[in-house]
Design a protein around this ligand. Structure first.
Ligand SMILES: Cc1ncc(COP(=O)(O)O)c(C=O)c1O
Length: 431
């Protein structure tokens, strides 16, 4: 496969004359890196899964076409596999400020959460409690509810305020006790974008002697994450939501992982984090994951290369700058969409929390959001309708299992996409 345009090179050239702005966001340069955009659709379906830059696809293809074997250090083919795994652990660690020795890869966040719930709940019994929230995607609810049921433990629900979309730390505090073993909470809602104060929630959980499992699948695509600052004992994210391939990962302190004993095959290693990774890892997807993290690190235009020396060679610092630039870009477009839909008749915007991602849930007086979804799709505007597995949140908002129209932004969205969305919605509402 041909190597795609290099975002770093493109941005370095464009920002050379604008060095006063240390952090910049050049959406045209970003868009040029995404072959899928050439098909012409405006993608507001990023919260379901993002489009992929050519550099990610190239890394996947290069790994598949290189000599490769199972991980080892004897043959070059073994070393390639080993290096790919270690590089991906480091990339995810840089992305969320975690420890590469505590990065576990798996098929998806759902699968990893189920695995962890079985392992962690092995020590639970009657009288123990687990806290889940009404705001979360079901992937961070049902595995814990089912694990608790299997052990006779009690589930306690933290409710968010349907009027504001906020999940207050006090709402979690109210359901904590000295028997709470784990608090499962989202970093950001994939339905309405709410970003709860996870650091405050974790502090309360830790005071009660509980672990936190933070679902960062939606959050990681939109903000610079620091798992220690969040107080997340276990932090899950899925690279296909942040420009990478389809897999999931969990980040934890290796010392915590060392105290857990998942089911595993007899001959497979007992080392951490490998003991949590069942079977052979998808090396090509791990290489794509590293490329996705590198792409995010270039978003701010601070495109230093590893080995350049100085702060710009620090991928973590570039990620923080890149994600800050992205957040500013996405917030600006989100505000444009909010202003635009407010001017349309009969539209309700359910995303209201003070801190939130650029993910909006819309419903329409007397009209079915699924019709809007189909109408927009015919015009090349992809904004799906549903409750997106955040089924408890959708029901709590009074939207049943139907939900609404979800409009989510991603690094490649631009003003023209927003124009097309608003024009399409206006036309549909007129019709
Ligand atoms: C917030 C959130 N959590 C968890 C998941 C599940 O992730 P995966 O598909 O990797 O299991 C999703 C997927 O949409 C999500 O948006």
């Amino acid at each position: 496969m041909r190597n795609g345009p290099d975002l770093g090179t493109a941005l370095r050239a464009r920002t050379a004359t604008r060095h006063a702005a240390r952090v910049s966001y050049d959406v045209a340069a970003v868009r040029a890196c995404f072959p899928a955009l050439r098909a012409g659709a405006a993608h507001f379906d990023g919260p379901g899964g993002s489009q992929v830059p050519e550099s990610v696809a190239a890394a996947v293809a290069a790994t598949l076409t290189s000599p490769i074997a199972n991980r080892g250090r004897v043959t070059q083919a073994e070393r390639t596999a080993d290096d790919v795994v270690l590089a991906a652990r480091q990339a995810i660690a840089d992305l969320v400020a975690g420890d590469p020795g505590g990065v576990v890869f798996g098929r998806s966040t759902t699968q990893l959460t189920y695995d962890l719930s079985r392992t962690l709940s092995a020590g639970w019994g009657p009288g123990d409690e687990v806290v889940v929230t009404r705001l979360d995607h079901d992937a961070n609810v049902r595995p814990w509810v089912q694990a608790a049921a299997a052990r006779g433990a009690t589930v306690r629900w933290a409710e968010f305020d349907p009027a504001t979309g906020e999940l207050a730390p006090e709402a979690v505090g109210r359901v904590l006790s000295d028997r709470t073993r784990l608090v499962a909470v989202t970093g950001a809602s994939n339905l309405i974008g709410t970003r709860p104060d996870v650091a405050a929630i974790s502090a309360l959980a830790h005071d009660a002697g509980a672990l936190t499992h933070v679902d960062g699948v939606h959050l990681t695509a939109h903000a610079a994450v620091d798992v220690r600052a969040l107080g997340a004992d276990l932090y899950a994210c899925s690279p296909y939501k942040f420009l990478g391939p389809h897999l999931g990962c969990v980040v934890a302190d290796p010392a915590l992982l060392g105290r857990l004993h998942p089911d595993k095959l007899l001959p497979s290693t007992d080392a951490v984090p490998e003991r949590f990774e069942l079977g052979t890892l998808p090396y090509e997807l791990l290489a794509g994951t590293t490329a996705a993290v590198d792409f995010l690190a270039g978003l701010g235009g601070l495109a230093g290369r590893a080995g350049d020396g100085g702060p710009e060679s620090d991928r973590r610092a570039r990620l923080e700058a890149g994600m800050a630039a992205l957040e500013e870009h996405e917030d600006r477009l989100r505000e444009r969409i909010e202003d635009g839909v407010r001017a349309l008749p009969g539209v309700t915007v359910w995303s209201r929390a003070a801190r939130r991602t650029p993910t909006l849930l819309l419903t329409f007086d007397g009209r079915d959001a699924a019709d809007a979804y189909r109408f927009l799709a015919e015009r090349g505007v992809n904004a799906p309708a549903g409750s997106f597995y955040a089924i408890e949140a959708s029901r709590h908002l009074g939207l049943g299992d139907t939900g609404g129209l979800r409009v989510g932004l991603a690094p490649y969205n631009d003003d023209e996409d927003v124009d097309r969305l608003l024009a399409g919605l206006g036309e549909w509402l007129d019709g």
